[in-house]
Design a protein around this ligand. Structure first.
Ligand code: GDP
Length: 594
C-alpha cells in the first residue's frame, strides 16, 4: 500500500472543501484566528462549516503564514485520506492501528479478547479480560493498537470525519462456516477505505473447518491468496485455543514495516473520540485514539461540542500515562460535557480557545438539529454546573498582609454567576520559584502588588510562558483581572436584520447556487450578506447572498418596494418556491464586558 506522499514543509495539501476547524489544524493556528480572518473577508463560517479551496487559499495568503496550499486531487485523496498530512522531516514511526471485522458469531470479540488476553496473561498470570473499545498490546517489544469497531455503520461514520483510523483490517471468517454476507460487506468496506486486509480463518479447532474452501470463496470476492496468484494473506487461527495468534501478530508487524507508518509529534495532539460515557465520581470520560502529536495531562482539548482540561490520562486498562503519542488509545477525564463518538479532538493552547471552539460547535449542532444529547440526570447536572461557572485561576503576592487582604477581598467581590476568580495561591513577599511552579501547573496568572519578580523568576516565567503582572496601583490590578474575567464570558452572537425579499420567480437552481427574483418588502438588501430562507414559519436554510441585480445591472443595494434579482450560495440543494421569504441579516460575535 503506497504511503502518503509527504508534502514539503511550506506546502500544505487540502481537499476541495475543508471545514474551518480542520484547516486551522492543518495550518497549526488557533481556529479563532482563522474565523477572525474569514470574518474580515466577509465570510461568516463557524468551526464545522466547510469552505472551498479558493476561499482557503485567499485567507491563507492574507494570514501571511509563509505557507502555500495545494489542492489534493481525487485520486490522491483516495490513497492519502487515511493519514494526517505528515511532515516527513519530523515524523516518527508509529504503531499500527488494527480493526477487526466480520460476520456475526465468526469470533471477532473472541479474537480481540484472545489477543488482549495473551498479553494480559503474560503480565498478570490468569488475568481476567474485560471487553473494551480499544487497547494496545506489546508483541515482541513493539506496540499494536486494536480497535473494536462497534458495527460497520458507526465505523463508516467515523471515517467520514476524514480521520485516519485504521491501517489494517482483520477480516474474521469462521473457517467452518465460510464467507457470509457481512464478510462480503467487511471486504467491500475495507477496500473502499483503502486499508490493508488480513484474513483470519478462525475456529480452526472446530471440526469442519476448511481453510482451502475459505480461500476458494475469497477469490470470488477478488481476494486472491498467494497460491492463486494474489497477495491476500489468510492466517488459520483459533480464538479458543489461541493457536495461530502469535503468527497473526507477527504478520501485522510485517505489514506495518512495509507500510512505514508515521505520524508527526511536533504538532498539537489530535485524534478521534471512539467512546464516551459518564462515570460516577469521574464525570464525563472519553476514550480517544491519538493520531498525531503528544497528549499530556493538563493540556486543553476540544472535541466537537465538548472540551476538557485533561485531568487523568490513562491506558484503556486504567494505567496512568504521563504522555501519549500517535496510535495510542487513551482514556481522558476532565471533560466538562460528554464528547461524542466520532468527534475529532485537538489540543488547543488555552481554556478560552477550548471553550470557544466547543461552544461554537455545540451551537452549530443545536442549530442543525443533528445531535441530540443523551443525558442522564448526572450529565445534565454536570453540564449545568459547568455552563454556569468559568473560573480564572490567579496567584496574588503583595508587599504586606494588609494590602494582600484588600486585593483578595476586591477580587472576591467580582464573582458573578458565570465567572469567578479562583485564588490558587497567595502570600506576602516577592514572587518566588514556588509561585511560578504553581502558576505553571494550574494555568494561573500571577499578580504582584508592590512586589518584584527576581531575574531568575523572569527567566522561569519566560520559559514556561507564565503571565506575571506587577502593579503599584490597586485599581489597575483589579481592572486587569476584570478584563481577564470578561474574556471568559462567552461572546454574544448578535444578528441584525437588513431587509426582506419575497420570491416571485426562480431562474436557476444548482446544488450550491440559486438565482431568483422578487420584491423587497422591508428594509434594504445588500450583497454580500447572510440570509435565512423561510417558508411560512419554517426556516428552510441559511444561505449567502452573493449578488443583487436591478434589471440587468449589478446593484449594491436595493430598497423596499423595488424588484430585484438575487444570487444565492447554498450549502445543500434547496428547492426554492414562489412565496418563500428571504431575510438578509448580519451576524457579529460581541465580546461581553463584565
Ligand atoms: P462475534 O459475533 O464475531 O464477536 O463472535 P464471538 O466472538 O462472540 O463468537 C461467537 C461464538 O463463537 C462464541 O460462542 C465463541 O465462543 C465461539 N468462538 C469464537 N472463536 C472460536 C474458536 O476459535 N473456536 C471455537 N470452537 N469457537 C469459537
Amino acid at each position: 500500500m503506497p504511503e502518503a506522499e509527504a508534502p514539503a514543509t511550506t506546502t500544505i495539501e487540502i481537499e476541495d472543501m475543508i471545514t474551518v476547524g480542520t484547516l486551522a489544524e492543518r495550518l497549526s493556528i488557533p481556529v479563532s484566528r482563522l474565523i477572525g480572518e474569514l470574518m474580515k473577508n466577509g465570510v461568516m463560517a463557524t468551526v464545522n462549516e466547510r469552505i472551498d479551496f479558493d476561499t482557503a487559499q485567499i485567507i491563507v495568503g492574507e494570514l501571511d503564514l509563509g505557507l502555500t496550499l495545494v489542492k489534493r486531487t481525487a485520486a490522491e485523496d483516495a490513497v492519502t485520506k487515511r493519514a494526517k498530512p505528515v511532515n516527513s522531516a519530523k515524523a516518527v514511526v508509529r504503531p499500527p492501528v488494527v480493526a477487526v471485522m466480520g460476520h456475526v458469531d465468526h469470533g471477532k470479540t473472541s479474537l480481540l479478547d484472545a489477543i488482549r488476553g495473551a498479553d494480559v496473561v503474560k503480565g498478570e498470570a490468569g488475568g481476567i479480560t474485560q471487553h473494551i473499545s480499544a487497547y494496545q498490546i506489546d508483541h515482541n517489544g513493539r506496540a499494536i493498537t486494536f480497535l473494536d469497531t462497534p458495527g460497520h455503520e458507526a465505523f463508516a461514520a467515523i471515517r467520514e470525519h476524514g480521520a485516519m483510523l485504521t491501517d489494517i483490517v482483520i477480516i474474521v471468517v469462521a473457517a467452518d462456516d465460510g464467507v457470509k454476507p457481512q464478510t462480503v460487506e467487511a471486504i467491500r468496506f475495507a477496500r473502499k477505505a483503502g486499508v490493508k486486509i488480513l484474513v483470519a480463518a478462525n475456529k480452526m479447532d472446530k471440526e469442519g473447518a476448511d481453510v482451502n474452501r475459505l480461500k476458494q470463496q475469497l477469490t470470488e470476492h477478488d481476494l486472491l491468496t498467494e497460491e492463486w496468484g494474489g497477495d491476500t494473506i489468510v492466517l488459520p487461527v483459533s480464538a479458543k485455543t489461541k493457536d495461530g495468534i502469535p503468527e497473526l501478530l507477527d504478520m501485522i508487524l510485517l505489514v506495518t514495516d512495509v507500510e512505514e507508518l508515521k505520524a508527526d509529534i511536533y504538532v498539537p495532539a489530535s485524534g478521534l473520540v471512539i467512546e464516551a460515557h459518564v462515570e460516577q465520581g469521574r464525570g464525563p470520560v472519553g476514550t480517544a485514539l491519538i493520531e498525531a502529536g503528544v497528549l499530556k495531562p493538563g493540556q486543553f482539548i476540544v472535541a466537537g461540542g465538548a472540551y476538557a482540561k485533561v485531568r487523568n490520562l490513562e491506558t484503556t486498562d486504567g494505567k496512568p500515562l504521563q504522555q501519549a503519542g500517535p496510535s495510542t488509545p487513551v482514556v481522558i477525564t476532565g471533560f466538562k460535557t460528554l464528547p461524542e463518538f466520532g468527534d475529532e479532538f485537538i489540543a488547543v493552547y488555552n481554556e478560552k480557545a477550548a471553550r470557544q471552539q466547543s461552544v461554537d460547535t455545540a451551537s452549530d449542532r443545536q442549530a442543525s438539529g443533528g445531535h441530540v444529547d443523551i443525558g442522564s440526570s448526572e450529565l445534565i447536572r454536570l453540564i449545568n454546573r459547568d455552563n454556569k461557572l468559568q473560573e480564572l485561576n490567579i496567584i496574588v503576592k503583595a508587599d504586606v498582609q494588609g494590602s494582600l487582604t484588600s486585593v483578595i477581598d476586591s477580587l472576591k467581590a467580582m464573582d458573578t454567576e458565570e465567572v469567578s476568580v479562583r485564588i490558587v495561591g497567595s502570600g506576602v513577599g516577592p514572587i518566588g520559584e514556588n509561585d511560578l511552579h504553581l502558576a505553571h501547573s494550574s494555568g494561573a496568572i500571577v499578580y504582584g502588588f508592590n512586589v518584584s519578580l527576581p531575574t531568575s523568576g523572569r527567566q522561569q516565567a519566560g520559559r514556561d510562558k507564565i503571565s506575571v503582572r506587577l502593579y503599584k496601583v490597586i485599581y489597575e490590578l483589579i481592572d486587569d483581572v476584570k478584563e481577564e474575567l470578561g474574556k471568559l464570558l462567552s461572546p454574544e452572537i448578535v444578528e441584525t436584520e437588513l431587509g426582506r425579499l419575497v420570491v416571485k420567480g426562480i431562474f436557476n437552481t444548482t446544488k450550491t447556487a440559486i438565482i431568483c427574483g422578487g420584491e423587497v418588502t422591508k428594509g434594504k438588501l445588500v450583497a454580500p450578506a447572510l440570509a435565512k430562507v423561510f417558508r411560512g414559519d419554517e426556516q428552510l436554510a441559511e444561505v449567502e447572498v452573493t449578488g443583487l441585480k436591478r434589471g440587468p445591472a449589478e446593484a449594491k443595494e436595493i430598497v423596499a418596494g423595488e424588484m430585484c434579482g438575487m444570487s444565492l450560495k447554498t450549502t445543500k440543494k434547496l428547492e426554492l418556491e414562489e412565496g418563500d421569504r428571504i431575510e438578509l441579516f448580519t451576524r457579529e460575535a460581541i465580546q461581553r464586558q463584565l
